[in-house]
Design a protein around this ligand. Structure first.
Ligand code: BGC
Ligand code: NOJ
Length: 814
């Protein structure tokens, strides 16, 4: 069953009933000002950091779910009836409800009692504010006398403190109201130099800035007293809960429409120009007023919206495909890159499953997110790489996470996740292949942000690699540390105290438990290092890396092979994890995917055998599970993975992030049918029909889908912020469709299903647009390339002569 449909022309998902199984969200903003908006206008906004600069308040795990947001109420001043066009919070039985989630905007509205109303929400490029454009139309035969109320609740900036420190927070709230603009300035009197504001384009008939005056005692969003009564008390908040609501009176003749613009924003003043007059406690509004005035004008708001639309048209034009499969086209051309923008901006910090408080930007996560983002805005990817590298420790290890506002590593979590450093190499390699910008390797970057410790980025990569070589275990495989990619495989944790973090509790020395997954990752990273060193003219070093790769491959084959698949790890006692010797958790997906995509076992049948085992033991109709059999009980020596009930999360769910590794591995073996089959099993658009089972948004990937061991097998969770986005984009575009960036040029080596006659694609790469036409003429995967009519040797199209900006590439598959 569906709750809406895709509109591929408008690049929107149109939700046509408000009661989706879960709130289906979108992101507003793609730079510094960001927000989450649900299909019924729930959600919140923040500036750069969801924890430290939260602008509006949101209560997670609320009942009813998803209350608090960017609300508009309409009131018929004659009948006194009131409702919200976004259905929530009043939940009236509205007609023609729709929510169009587009790229960077959402349009939500409906019709009720003959009044049509829609609000378009978006964040203009380059600004720290959001615009709500409310259009109200009278479809009655008679004049309508209405009141419009806006409503938001301010957060006292630090979302963690806001949700816990009531003894202080009930006393610090402060606002100003000037010219119909509500300014939220809690703590501005002391150490903050930022404030929020909420403005309205129409003349206002009143306002509220104290929550209780708006809602009324013991009431909530669904029946606010001010709306019910149809008047505001012009409250000024002193303490308690600063709020923002305007009331506008609106008289509409039959068929008349009016637009009201609301602007909610964030502004910083120079520290020495906070107050006006100086010495007072009144905000100096001289720099913010022009911004507010500009966007309250409909024409400027419309222009900003058009600019946002073109921004996305340009980004999406960088890679477009036309394949025989609608789900592939839709995800590759629209939604997957869009989701990659969200993961790039937010890492794993703020979604409906990530509170924005607990997790900053993950080191491994952000590096992997580059795989789906670097082609869109390489300059931002470059900066991200340098920021990430600056949190690396001089040992070559890495802080597991950092806060985007301060760009400092998080001490609470620390480091010791032994896969982390390798992802920096993989992220940088992706950047180099996309851009050919080798200068990044010479950028001086500090360690642990310590001034004076700067070394070229290349040295950071060297230390990343050395970090693992200095930490090998009894079988010569990399030590796992606190965890590797699988945060829940905690082989040194041994925690039996409730509430301890599985990630940061370490009760063992940590010099025995090894990871076959990191070994596979080292092979991938080592191959990149060898290539990079060679191109920098460091042949001895390149040979060294190639030698290390070979040694690690041998060790994987010797100690990491279980007979029919790759083992996962060795535990603290030196026993294998992910082996037929184990009672549970006999086979894991990660080493199969990573080792085969690294090229391990391609020559001797291990690779194909491993993938057969995946197909037989891990694949199911909803995707490929993380491991099998699921752990039925808690194992002290395995950690968090066995804490989850079977079928969920790392304990045997379809953990979607890992599936593309297998898709790539299948492509490497030339199995196009299987690669696409796996791709479609988790492709959200292909699962749209199952929306009532899947429950999450049908336009973006979720981190997990419950596996067959769970009662609700097929139900997704943790949508949006997951490495699944970047990896699926990478797998489908670079491996299945085979349009692959390489150090020297654009490689084209598709491994497509046997039934496909071909496909077309356009790919912008290092300033050149490649028009690619792929035709299948045989049943295999051998490719023949012609670039502008000339035969290409191998599969890499080298850059055309300077000045030429388009190349036609004909690809024949035989
Ligand atoms: C989750 C993992 C996550 C880890 C670290 C676990 O509970 O299942 O996916 O990486 O926490 O926060
Ligand atoms: C989600 C985390 O963000 C990511 O870093 C980790 O690799 C996966 N979970 C698997 O545990």
């Amino acid at each position: 069953m569906r709750y809406g449909h895709f509109d591929d022309v408008q690049r929107e998902y149109v939700i046509t009933r408000p009661d989706t199984p879960l709130p289906w969200i979108n992101y507003l903003g793609c730079e510094s000002y960001l927000g989450i908006i649900s299909n019924t206008a729930g959600g919140y906004s923040f500036y750069r950091d969801a924890r430290l600069r939260r602008i509006t308040r949101y209560r997670y795990n609320n009942v009813p779910v998803d209350l608090g947001g960017r609300y508009v109420y309409l009131r018929d001043d004659e009948s006194r009836e009131f409702w919200s066009p976004s259905w929530q919070p009043t939940q009236n039985e509205v007609e023609d409800y729709s929510c169009r989630h587009g790229l960077g905007y959402s349009i939500i509205g409906s019709r009720y009692a003959g009044i049509e109303a829609h609000t378009r929400y978006f964040v203009p490029l380059g600004e720290n504010l959001e615009i709500w454009q409310l259009t109200v139309s009278n479809r009655r035969r008679s004049r309508a006398n209405l009141s419009v109320f806006s409503a938001i609740e301010f957060c006292l900036w630090d979302a963690q403190d806001d949700a816990t420190n009531y003894q202080r927070n009930f006393s610090i709230g402060e606002v100003e109201v000037e010219g119909g603009v509500i300014y939220h300035k809690s703590e501005y009197r002391e150490r903050r130099n930022h404030f929020a504001y909420f403005a309205c384009s129409a003349e206002i008939a009143g306002f509220e800035t104290q929550r209780e005056n708006f809602m009324g005692p013991y009431r909530g969003w669904e029946r606010p007293q001010a709306v019910e009564r149809g008047c505001c008390s012009n409250s000024i908040a002193h303490g308690w809960a600063p709020f923002g609501s305007h009331r506008v009176k609106l008289t509409l003749e039959p068929e008349e429409s009016r637009q009201i613009v609301f602007v909610l924003g964030y502004h910083e003043n120079p520290r020495d120009r906070k107050f006006d007059p100086a010495g007072s406690l009144t905000i100096d509004k001289s720099t913010v007023k022009p911004v507010i005035a500009r966007y309250l004008q409909t024409s400027n708001a419309n222009a900003a919206f058009d600019a946002l639309r073109s921004y996305w048209s340009n980004l999406l034009a960088l890679c477009r495909v036309e394949t025989p499969d609608v789900h592939t086209n839709r995800m590759v051309n629209i939604w997957n890159p869009y989701q990659c923008m969200a993961t790039f901006n937010l890492s794993r910090s703020a979604s409906l499953f990530e509170s924005g408080i607990g997790r900053g930007l993950g080191f491994r996560d952000s590096n992997q997110d580059l795989l789906g983002f670097v082609h869109m805005i390489p300059q931002r990817a470059r900066q991200r790489i340098l920021d990430l590298a600056a949190t690396q420790l001089s040992s070559g290890g890495a802080y597991h996470q950092f806060q985007p506002l301060t760009k400092r590593g998080n001490n609470e979590i620390g480091g010791g996740f032994n896969d982390d450093p390798h992802w920096l190499i993989i992220g940088v390699a992706a950047y180099l292949k996309e851009t050919g910008d080798w200068s990044i390797l010479d950028e001086p970057v500090p360690f642990d942000n310590q001034p004076g410790s700067e070394e070229p980025l290349y040295e950071h990569l060297q230390r990343s690699f050395a970090y693992t070589l200095e930490r090998l275990g009894p079988h010569g495989l990399p030590l796992i540390g606190r965890a590797d990619w699988n945060d829940c495989l905690n082989l040194n944790c041994f925690s039996d105290e409730p509430g301890q973090s599985f990630q940061t509790t370490t009760n063992q020395e940590g010099n025995v438990a090894e990871s076959v997954f990191i070994a596979g990752l080292l092979v991938v990273a080592g191959r990149e290092m060898a290539e990079i060193a060679c191109r920098r003219g460091l042949q001895n070093e390149a040979d060294f890396y190639a030698g290390q790769v070979l040694r690690m491959e041998q060790r994987i084959c010797e100690h990491g092979w279980d007979g029919e698949w790759f083992r996962r790890a060795y535990d603290h006692f030196g026993n294998p994890v992910g082996s037929k010797e184990c009672a549970e958790g006999q086979i894991f997906i990660e080493p199969q995917g990573m080792c085969v995509l690294a090229g391990v076992g391609l020559g001797d049948g291990k690779a194909s055998q491993a993938l057969e085992s995946v197909h037989e033991r891990l694949a199911c109709e909803h995707g490929i599970r993380l491991q099998q059999p699921a752990y039925s009980q808690y194992y002290l020596h395995l950690g968090e993975i066995s804490s989850y009930p079977p079928g969920y999360k790392e304990n045997s769910a379809i953990f979607c992030h890992t599936n593309p590794w297998v898709m790539i591995a299948e492509s490497r073996l030339g199995h196009g049918d299987r690669a696409l089959d796996y791709y479609l099993r988790i492709n959200p658009s292909a699962r749209e029909e199952l929306s009532d089972l899947h429950r999450c948004e049908p336009y973006v990937y979720a981190q997990m889908i419950a596996g067959p061991d769970a009662v609700d097998c097929g139900t997704a969770k943790n949508s949006w912020l997951t490495g699944t986005a970047a990896w699926n984009y990478f797998a489908i575009t670079q491996w299945i469709l085979g349009i692959r960036t390489s150090y020297d040029g654009l490689q084209i080596a598709p491994v497509i299903p046997s039934s496909w006659r071909g496909f077309k694609a356009t790919r912008r790469f290092r300033g050149v647009t490649y028009h690619i036409d792929v035709r299948r003429e045989g049943r295999g995967n051998c490719v023949e390339l012609r670039a502008d009519g000339c035969a290409v040797r191998g599969a890499v199209v080298l850059p055309p002569p300077a000045g030429q900006s388009e190349v036609r590439v004909e690809v024949t598959i035989r």
